[in-house]
Design a protein around this ligand. Sequence first.
Ligand SMILES: [Zn+2]
Length: 195
Amino acid sequence: MAKSFAYQSSTVRREELPFTYTPGCPVSLDNLAKIEFDHFDFTGRLRTGSLIVHASIISKMRNVLGVFYEERFPIHTAIPIDESSFQGDDERSMEANNSSAFNFRKIAGTDRPSNHSYGTAIDINPIQNPYHYVDGHWGPLAEDADYTDRSIRRPGMFFPDLPVVKAFLQEGFDWGGLWERADFHHFELKGRHPA
Ligand SMILES: [Zn+2]
């Protein structure tokens, strides 16, 4: 019998977020939480992932990540972006195909804080699900496959008919894969959240 899905949340300390929780961050630390959860990676190995999210989405994320687990939908890694290998650098995290959520930063190419600044946006498997930048280029790019070609289905890619994508939508999230300028790895909760 398969192990049941493990999921837990805890409060987050200032020292845990040296690079992402910086002056001007629009959300208070009390409204952020660390979630730790079982997920499978691309080799089928069971791992523990960790994401910093807004406290108001803890139970929604349990439901969504439970579907990832049931479906054995692979997540490469979910290592906190504040750890030494990334030091809060989203580009580095994405190039490593790492999944992340909270990170106080502006929307690429603008001055507006992105929903990642509130912990209500989650990026998953950026290599398999690239983003179409304002200047027209796609990133991050893989060396082995062209994931901008969405007509070829490969593990870890998101499509509207997949249970994992439907689970996000059912919980009230928007999926960037449906946007005019596609952001296939990005999910965000609609509406306002306690700061
Ligand atoms: Zn994102």
